[in-house]
Design a protein around this ligand. Structure first.
Ligand code: C5P
Length: 221
């Protein structure tokens, strides 16, 4: 293929959901399949990059020549991603929980007779992407994802600026045939330098290559 080589470059990719434990049998999760991040990791390895893939709980095979680190919670993902630095690029494709139970109960929480509601107190998780972009070993290119049901562009541009990213790949979720769980997706990529790139609709494997082209361009200029 004619795609730009990533030989000699180190990429860290996060993918999948996180699970935040409530007790030994229950958790708070989300509908991320991990397919987009796994496709990016696999495509980057095929281009010769050294790839670390930090994966939340997903049932996907490890792409060839990718170093995979499995995690469960947002806190574990935070630790694994920062431990994988320094890198030339970080691509945060994981759907990280924004809130988690302050502490998981050590035994199963039982409902009481006559109890008709319960309250769970959640605390904010740390923002992995923002911390990577703020790190002393900040990768040259930091890429985020924004899955939104509405106001996609405004929210994506807001995150780009607030989290000090180089690129953000926005996709609209809640449409049939794209987004979570699907094999296809459509992305609009907003760059800190003002550029806008519409990618797809296409297979996530194709989108991965298109996104890597944008990253390779910026890493080699
Ligand atoms: O702010 P929001 O969660 O919508 O931003 C999505 C982007 O931020 C994704 O790239 C996601 O991986 C990243 N993120 C993160 N750590 C969090 C929350 C989101 O890295 N705690």
């Amino acid at each position: 293929s004619t795609s730009a080589s990533l030989s000699g470059l180190r990429l860290v990719v996060s993918a999948g959901p996180t699970y935040e434990d409530i007790d030994p049998v229950r958790f708070i999760g989300n509908r991320s399949s991990g397919k987009m991040g796994f496709a990016i990791a696999g495509a980057a390895a095929r281009r010769g990059a050294q790839v670390v893939l930090v994966a939340g709980p997903v049932s996907l095979p490890t792409p060839a020549d990718v170093q995979r680190v499995d995690v469960r919670s947002a806190a574990q993902m935070h630790e694994a991603v920062l431990a994988a630095l320094p890198a030339d690029a970080y691509i945060g494709a994981a759907a990280v929980a924004d809130f988690a139970p302050a502490q998981a109960a050590s035994s199963k929480i039982k409902k009481q007779a006559g109890q008709d509601s319960m309250t769970l107190t959640l605390v904010r998780t740390r923002d992995i992407l923002a911390d990577v972009a703020d790190h002393p070993h900040r990768p040259r290119i930091v890429v985020g994802f924004a899955a939104e049901t509405d106001h996609v562009e405004a929210y994506a541009r807001g995150k780009l600026e607030k989290k000090r990213l180089d690129l953000i790949a926005a996709n609209r979720v809640g449409m049939a045939g794209t987004g979570f769980e699907s094999d296809d997706n459509a992305l609009t990529v907003y760059a800190a330098d003002g550029a806008v790139h519409a990618l797809g609709p296409a297979a996530k494997t194709q989108l991965a290559d298109a996104l890597l082209d944008l990253i390779a361009q910026r890493l080699t200029e």
